[in-house]
Design a protein around this ligand. Structure first.
Ligand code: PLP
Length: 504
């Protein structure tokens, strides 16, 4: 940067950045080594972190490297007590949110380059590295050629999140269906009751739904006993809506539901769309595989996506279970033209020769935002560092550990599986005692979860699975294995803690 800088602007000098950068990398490496010394879930009360922070911004800056000592001190005393340790080997809540050495280095490099990759011309490497790495990943998870950027009509792009992916798929679907079926018939989207809340949110954002309880425009269909979408109910709903003059346009199937890891059947779902005429109308089938998509890098799991050749788009989050820190969602479609048609607006100040030539990809036309970070770097580093074999071994180890946990639950008569294990997710609970009311069983399970989480030795979360076939809904514990450093000892320790807290 310029030598003749204004001395009243205290930029960090290159040597200072180097020194503090090394110190920060050391700090992170030390943190990863001592992570187990913290309670997994933060123990602060609401407002506690806030109360340790001054109400006004400092007038004077830190004044160089020594001043930064105060920042490192505050990290320990202000920030760390309020951190929940998602990278802890005993973090089993929600779904994982992976970070890894190579991905953090990629994130750092992206920040250092500070590239704004909205157009090819504002970041050729940012664009083309993303194209290539996403094609690698498409091949890895077994997507047909038609989803790859090197195919005539398809392609992949990094979105921030699975929620954004669902939103862009939905607006692409709307524009395709409206083009093929002009008019203003009310649009209707479909998923199961177990689909992620982001489906409803996408409908709210896009104006398809009037609000979170608008079940006329977003139909959430009951599931089967395994919590998967029932194609025959989808068929009935689509047929009814068509007969009533409404316009079905979007179906979201989930591979690996957030509550219980259920897998919607893709083949039968796309068959329903064909049979009802929805496919011919331009209707769109999106697959939300946010968590489970990473497991498809193992060939033995690819059967879960049978029928994938007939879906319109699929998205999964390497930031969940593929060692790439948040945010990084891989989104693929077989119809990139529909996406661009729905999302492209070109003001004069963005016009350029490369875009006009049509020979480049401008990823801003594939997403909500204009600006975009160089996120392909972290994905590229992760895939290169681990290699395909390393990534597969990673997924397989978590699945093995979950199978082990599942076997322990089966052996202990005080517990039961709520549903069969899905990949590395085990939903289980304390079994009902003879004659016990459902609410009482739920209360015992809630108490067990609270007690375990209060110990700080592990962190699990819960869900409520709806009752199917007249049975009551159930409060269940979710054991989601997927932190990078989790080993058998951590899973065993968690199980032993659960057993101990359960008593006789
Ligand atoms: C986690 C999850 C999401 C949301 O993921 P984001 O990337 O945070 O938007 C969506 N769908 C499913 C099935 C999920 O498990």
């Amino acid at each position: 940067m310029s030598q003749e800088r204004n001395e009243s602007v205290p930029h960090m000098k290159s040597e200072e950045f180097r020194q503090l950068g090394h110190q920060m990398v050391d700090w992170i490496a030390d943190y990863w080594a001592r992570m187990e010394s913290y309670p997994v879930r933060a123990k602060v009360a609401p407002g506690e972190v806030l109360s340790k922070l001054p109400p006004h911004a400092p007038e004077q800056g830190l004044g160089g490297v020594e001043g930064w000592d105060a920042v490192f001190k505050d990290l320990e005393s202000v920030v760390m007590p309020g951190v929940t340790h998602w990278q802890s080997p005993s973090f089993f809540a929600y779904f994982p949110a992976n970070a890894s050495g190579p991905s953090v280095l990629g994130e750092l490099l992206s920040a250092g380059l500070g590239v704004q990759g909205m157009l090819w011309s504002t970041g050729p490497s940012c664009t083309e590295l993303e194209t290539r790495v996403l094609d690698w990943l498409a091949e890895l998870i077994g997507l047909p050629e038609s989803f790859r950027s090197m195919s005539p009509a398809g392609g992949g792009v990094i979105q921030g999140t699975a929620s954004e992916a669902t939103l862009v798929a939905m607006v692409a679907a709307r524009s395709r269906v409206r083009r093929q079926r002009p008019g203003d018939a009310p649009l209707v989207a479909y998923s199961s009751t177990q689909a992620h809340s982001s489906v409803l949110k996408a409908a709210m954002l896009s104006g398809v739904a009037r609000g979170a309880s608008d079940t006329a425009h977003v139909r959430l269909l009951e599931t089967d006993g395994g919590y998967a979408l029932r194609p025959e109910l989808l068929e009935r709903a689509i047929t009814e809506d068509l007969a009533a003059g409404r316009q079905p346009f979007f179906v979201c199937a989930t591979l690996g539901t957030t509550s219980s890891g259920a897998m919607d059947p893709l083949g039968p779902t796309s068959e329903v769309m064909k049979r009802t005429g929805l496919t011919d109308m331009g209707g769109w089938l999106h697959v939300d595989a946010a968590w489970a998509g990473s497991a498809l890098i193992c060939p033995e799991n690819q059967g879960l996506a049978a029928g994938i050749e007939n879906v319109d788009s699929i998205a999964f989050d390497p930031h969940k279970w593929m060692l790439t820190n948040f945010d990084c969602d891989a989104f693929y479609t077989r119809d990139r033209a529909a996406l661009v048609e729905a999302l492209s607006v070109t003001p004069e100040y963005l016009r350029n020769a490369a875009s006009a030539s049509g020979s480049v990809i401008d990823y801003r036309d594939w997403q909500v935002e204009l600006g975009r970070r160089f996120r392909a770097l972290k994905l590229w580093f992760v895939v290169r560092h681990y290699g395909v074999n390393g990534l597969r071994a990673y997924i397989r180890e978590h699945v093995r550990l979950a199978a082990l946990f599942e076997s322990w639950v089966r052996e202990d008569t005080r517990f039961e599986l709520a549903v069969p294990r899905s990949l590395s997710l085990v939903c289980f609970r304390l079994a009902p005692r003879p004659g016990e009311a459902p609410e009482a069983t739920d209360a015992r399970n809630r108490a067990l979860l609270d007690k375990l989480n209060a110990t700080g030795s592990a962190f699990l979360s819960h869900t409520v699975l709806p009752g199917v076939g007249g049975k009551p809904a159930r409060f269940v514990l979710r054991m989601a294995i997927g932190a990078p450093s989790t080993q058998e000892t951590h899973v065993r320790a968690c199980w032993e803690a659960l057993q101990k807290l359960t008593g006789e």
